[in-house]
Design a protein around this ligand. Structure first.
Ligand code: SAH
Length: 403
């Protein structure tokens, strides 16, 4: 794996290695396969040792090798020399009146950038909303993260580290004390624009030696990066949510500029391919943020209903597309407003009458600015980074996402 610093002169006897590596490997950057390779190829140890260490980290929240008491002393010394477990730094954490909890975590050695992670408990589950980037480059008009610009992708360690911080705080013990039952990649950033790190982190979330979540309970939300939806389809079985916000191209291109590159028809075709590729996947959630006078009129609901019916027919299942209505969450400086309650109900009714499964996602944690689209963190040095990100996107043939 490219992330592992090659360490020469591995002994096969399990003896401590001579000479320190240039850089210690952060074990939080590795999923099970990567950790097994690190133990076998770099440390010259048996792979089951990797499993023991994974449990120490993700089940018992131990990051100090000396605390990993079922490892022999020589192995602990070897680990100390070649590896480390670096978790995100909590800048502050804030409980909300309704049980929602938000963490501001600093990212990187300089501590200048920070991202937000939110825990949302309800009767039957505990959902963690995880960030994938510092800021976001997609520039969706109604999203607070967009106003922050883009700085960089988070590493695997920084993504799974958010789960680690929350799970430890909650006293979560996988398969025993289940405080954390779902993860949604719906925090700051576009997860499919940070593909490898997000997929690796989601693999740790779903691993029994990690957080033991069923694939269905890990949801990736995308603004619609079509080629990456296809790539995800071959690499992961997680649930997919798609930020639609308008069923017609003209309006959607205004709200989600990425639509100019991947219009609605192409997006829906990618969604169909995602479902068809695996029998384990039965539906896709379409998120639709309701903004007063912008996309909340009866004609918008009817055109969304038509799109969902078409999708249902194509998939031969009325339940293939589910709609999640999100009343707009305001933030300082936005020109948008939340739709009135009556308008939200009327919008939902048009969809329900057309037999489209439609839920309204009720805002939680808004007293601590923890609702969808309100996550801001702290994004430094964003202009240069944004240009660099757009250059990388062009290289991948994806054009300027934020154009
Ligand atoms: N980049 C990913 C994850 C974003 S956040 C994506 O686009 O899907 C999760 C959801 O919140 C998205 O559907 C996003 O469009 C929506 N959202 C963003 N800002 C919002 C706001 N101010 N109010 C309500 N929903 C918002």
């Amino acid at each position: 794996m490219s992330q592992i610093a090659p360490i020469p002169s591995v002994t096969t006897t399990g003896e401590p290695l001579a000479g320190a590596p240039a850089r210690k490997q952060n074990l939080l950057d590795l999923d099970r396969a990567g950790l097994e390779r690190f133990f076998e190829e770099t440390l010259g140890e048996k792979r089951y040792r990797a499993h023991q260490v994974m449990k120490w980290i993700h089940h018992r929240y131990v990051t100090d090798f000396d605390g990993m008491t079922d490892l022999g002393k020589p192995l602990r010394a070897k680990l100390q020399q070649h590896a480390e477990v670096v978790v995100p730094n909590v800048v502050f954490d804030k409980p909300s009146a309704d049980g929602t909890h938000k963490w501001l975590l600093s990212m990187g050695a300089d501590g200048k950038n920070a991202i937000e992670t939110v825990y949302i408990p309800d009767k039957t589950r505990g959902t963690l909303c995880v960030s994938s980037q510092v800021g976001c480059a997609l520039n969706c008009q109604f999203c607070s993260t967009a106003t922050q610009g883009f700085n960089r992708n988070l590493s695997t360690a920084e993504i799974i580290g958010q789960v680690w911080v929350a799970a430890r705080h909650l006293g979560n013990v996988p398969a025993q004390i289940r405080r954390l039952t779902n993860v949604v990649m719906m925090g700051m950033g576009e997860p499919l624009a940070n593909f490898d790190n997000v997929v690796r982190a989601m693999s740790i979330m779903r691993d029994d030696l990690g957080y033991g979540l069923a694939s269905k309970r890990v949801t990736l939300s995308t603004a619609g990066m079509v080629p990456m939806i296809d790539r995800l389809s071959t690499e992961s079985d997680v649930s997919l949510a798609v930020s639609l916000h308008a069923a017609q191209d003209e309006l959607r291109s205004q709200l989600v500029p990425l639509n100019k590159k991947y219009p609605v028809e192409q997006l829906m075709a990618a969604c169909a391919r995602y479902l068809k590729a695996s029998p384990k996947r039965d539906s896709i959630t379409f998120e639709y943020t309701l903004m007063k006078g912008v996309n909340d009129q009866p004609e918008h609901a009817r055109s969304l209903a038509r799109l969902m019916r078409q999708f249902g027919n194509q998939m031969q299942s009325r339940e293939a597309g589910k709609v999640n209505l999100i009343p707009f969450n305001p933030f300082p400086g936005t020109r948008y407003e939340r739709s009135d309650e009556a308008q939200i109900r009327a919008f939902q009714k048009i969809l329900l009458d057309a037999q489209v499964l439609t839920m309204v996602r009720r805002t939680r944690g808004d007293d601590i600015d923890a609702a969808c689209g309100q996550l801001k963190g702290q994004v430094m040095d964003r202009t240069r980074r944004q240009a660099e990100f757009n250059r990388q996107l062009r290289e991948q043939g994806l054009g300027d996402a934020a154009a």
